[in-house]
Design a protein around this ligand. Structure first.
Ligand code: NAD
Ligand code: GLY
Length: 361
């Protein structure tokens, strides 16, 4: 078992990574301060893992709510249901919420914990690769609004993160690959050595080799924890670098309609677009661009948006991105593998040419 801290002073917390952690009560128990535990999960994950988690706790202390699967669950309507359940069961401030699932469950549970009775404890038990390497760490919580994804939320750090690698064995291949995209992201934005390791090991990750998964989840969480410790509330620009590929990716997701592509797939394609744009600007060399393309291809992630998408439509969606500040679009681009920058120093025509390279229109 690997353990390390997210260094945030009084809001700091441990991340535990290992196989079989759900069967070991000590990690959970150490971080439950009050008398009640309220587990949130979904219809796909609960039949697989809810019993194992509840078994670690005294039955009279535990309540649970099983939500529908899917991104649509991350809504204000679901949140209302969660609050009602907590209130009906007279859950007080000594209640710990426990997120058992992927990023959807983690985000909504965290936001419920941030807001219920002005804030209660919560614990993350991420069960997807994406949630283990990204969404469970760092305290970004929230729900979607009809006018935009993740638009209602709060920063609220968990008491701990318990990443049981055995959960990844029931994950669908496509979901696993979406998580690999976020892992590659850390190599690209700040860890060139990790990128080189991924070039040697990506097939082992896809084959769910235990050693490779342990290393990749650990190194990704370390990278994320360092970024969060440096810029918890995304004020200095450091944390914004975690959005490499996301502005391009969100445009693809929105233009396609949510649910067509997985978030990690859109981010993978977006990272390649960011790399190509960086090459156009003379910031990144062709050789690095080719290494990025080759690694994403070996991870079986998409390298271009679906043919039906037009460059113009993508550019319009990008302009609406929440990173458009004072009318100016900011993008995370690359100076090198392992060196990302948040910048508005590019012309609209460079962006247009990049999009046309991918959309051919
Ligand atoms: P998800 O939670 O929808 O999970 C993906 C699918 O895998 C779901 O069908 C889920 O039921 C299933 N699943 C989960 N664990 C499983 C397991 N062990 N075995 C089998 N199936 C399992 O999606 P996700 O990719 O985990 O997360 C995406 C969400 O995370 C998005 O809402 C995104 O906005 C959010 N996100 C948040 C942050 C953050 O910092 N808070 C960062 C990145 C993404
Ligand atoms: N996933 C982006 C962040 O946590 O800031």
């Amino acid at each position: 078992m690997i353990q390390f801290e997210v260094q945030l002073g009084t809001r700091g917390y441990p991340i535990y990574i290992g196989a079989g952690l759900l069967g070991e009560p000590r990690y959970l128990k150490e971080h439950i301060r009050g008398s009640r535990v309220f587990v949130l999960s979904n219809e796909r994950v609960a039949p697989l893992y809810l019993e194992a988690v509840c078994r670690q706790l005294e039955p009279e202390r535990v309540l649970h709510l099983v939500l529908p699967d899917g991104e649509a669950t991350k809504s204000l309507q679901t949140l209302e249901r969660v609050y009602s359940c907590l209130l009906e069961h007279r859950c007080g401030r000594d209640t710990t919420l426990l997120a058992l699932g992927g990023g959807v469950i983690g985000d909504i549970t965290g936001f419920a914990a941030a807001t219920y009775l002005r804030g209660v404890d919560f614990i993350q038990i991420p069960t997807t690769l994406l949630a283990q390497v990204d969404s469970s760490v760092g305290g970004k919580t929230g729900v979607n609004h009809a006018l935009g994804k993740n638009m209602i939320g709060a920063f609220h750090q968990p008491r701990c993160v318990i990443a049981d690698l055995e959960c990844l064995h029931t994950l669908e291949d496509r979901e696993l690959r979406a998580g690999v995209a976020e892992i590659i992201k850390y190599g690209l934005i700040r860890d060139a050595e990790f990128f080189a390791w991924l070039e040697d090991n990506v097939e082992h990750l896809l084959a769910r080799d235990a050693e490779a998964l342990t290393y990749a989840v650990h190194r990704s969480c370390k990278n994320k924890a360092e970024v969060v410790a440096e810029d918890e509330l995304e004020t200095s620009g450091t944390r914004a670098l975690l959005n490499l590929g996301h502005t391009f990716g969100h445009a693809i997701e929105t233009a396609l309609g949510y649910g067509q592509w997985l978030h990690g797939e859109a981010v993978a394609c977006g990272m390649l677009m960011a790399a190509r744009m960086s090459i156009r600007l003379g910031w990144l060399n062709e050789e690095a661009g080719e290494r990025i393309r080759a690694l994403l291809a070996r991870a079986q992630l998409p390298s271009a948006p679906p043919e039906a998408l037009q460059a113009e439509s993508l550019q319009e969606h990008m302009a609406r991105d929440k990173k458009a500040r004072a009318g100016q679009l900011h993008l995370v681009l690359l100076r090198d593998i392992g060196q990302a920058v948040l910048t508005a120093e590019f012309s609209a025509s460079t962006l247009k040419d990049t999009l046309q390279e991918f959309c051919g229109a």
